[in-house]
Each structure stands twice: as structure tokens, then as C-alpha cells.
Ligand binder design. Structure first.
Ligand SMILES: [Zn+2]
Length: 86
């Protein structure tokens, strides 16, 4: 997961690591920010996967499924904990 202030300071073309909820292992995929929508009550961020079989696909992963790239901390992220335990 990403801290609120990190999420709120994202810009287009920032590099992220995203837990792919479509995959069974919730693995981290490299992605780049393509759209920031702050018109609603919640900041909405769209990213495009840059590698792997899903390269080019655009998703809106949400703050709790997202990390900064390079990865700084996996603390408090249950998805990372689950991946490490597997
Ligand atoms: Zn994580």
C-alpha cells in the first residue's frame, strides 16, 4: 500500500509497482501513471502496465494495491505479506 501523502503527490509518468488483483499470486507488476483524476471526492489514478503479458493494459488499482518504484517499504501491506508467505 501507499501512504496517503505519497498517493496524493503522484504525477503522470511516475513509475509504480502494482499488485495485480487479476492474478492469483497478487504479484507486483511495473506500471506507469497515465491519468490522475482528482475531480471526485477520492483521487483516482489510472496506470498502464509496462511489462509482462498485460503490458499496455490500463487499470485503476487504488492506493492499497500500489507501491512506489523502487519499492521502499512493504510494511503494513497484507498483499506483500501474503506473497512472501506463499
Ligand atoms: Zn504490497
Amino acid at each position: 500500500m501507499m501512504l496517503r501523502f505519497q498517493w496524493d503527490s503522484l504525477r503522470r509518468d511516475d513509475n509504480l509497482l502494482v499488485h495485480d488483483v487479476a492474478s492469483a499470486d497478487l504479484g507486483l507488476r511495473p506500471a506507469v501513471v497515465v491519468l490522475i483524476d482528482s475531480s471526485g471526492p477520492r483521487r483516482d489514478v489510472a496506470v498502464r502496465y509496462t511489462d509482462g503479458p498485460d503490458a499496455g493494459r490500463v487499470v485503476r488499482p487504488g492506493r492499497f494495491a500500489t507501491h512506489l518504484d523502487p519499492l521502499t517499504s512493504t510494511a503494513d501491506c497484507w498483499r506483500c505479506a501474503e506473497t512472501l508467505a506463499a
